[in-house]
Design a protein around this ligand. Sequence first.
Ligand code: SIN
Ligand code: MN
Length: 271
Amino acid sequence: MGNITSLNHDMSADTNVSADPEVLENLSKKGFVLCRNFFTKSYTGELNDNIQRYARLDHPGIIKEDDGITFRGIHGPHLYDSFFDQIASNKQIVALAEKILGEACYLHQFKINMKQKMTGQAWPWHEDFVYWREKDGITEPKLVNIAVLLDDTDMLSGPLCFIPGSHNRANTYAESDEKVISDWRNDLSADLNYKIDNESVADMIDAWGIEYALGNAGDLLVFNPLIAHCSGSNLSPFDRRLLILTFNAVSNAPAVQRGRPEFLCGRQPLV
Ligand code: SIN
Ligand code: MN
């Protein structure tokens, strides 16, 4: 593992997030919640410097946009680099995940969506859980996404868009076709394997509306694995990077591994 930067400084501006009842309330009601100023600006700057360093090397789990040049996503950097391993086991974040899931959890996925200035492509409407059920054999949606905004994010840079309350809908959508058996990269491209169909999206927006995850570098964005979400392309002159840690309850770990690479399907319980 390479490690160029020490974390021996105050990385967190607000460490009380798991004790805030409004966080759990909003998450349960709307399916997502934004917690402002979780990390300091200096720490998100350090994160972005380390992402740049990491992306220069030829690690597994890195994917590009359709142009074959622009970085789209980095998966599982904690497996190869101790800087990222430290954020994956950040005590406040793990405590928040365990509070939300109500039990011990482990890291299922660690990804950084790069959404580069002017060239970063969209993410179509989808829910996350269907991937983990179909591809990894995880049976229950007892997972949570805890994301860190790495850049100030506005409407032009392709923010995440959520349909509030859609995580509580009766049915989950998994429009799939023969592509489902294809390479793991198709689970991460701008043409996703499992999308929510247009009619269902229209019905849900009609019923529940839409909200945009606008915020600043260092904010934490927590969201439910069943919530309907998407994001547009980045037409701004600024990157819109998002680091997403997905935790699974230990009791919900898949009984057998279905063969996706470890950088997409975590093997190691944290506790
Ligand atoms: C995005 O980075 O905009 C998409 C993230 C996701 O779908 O989980
Ligand atoms: Mn998603």
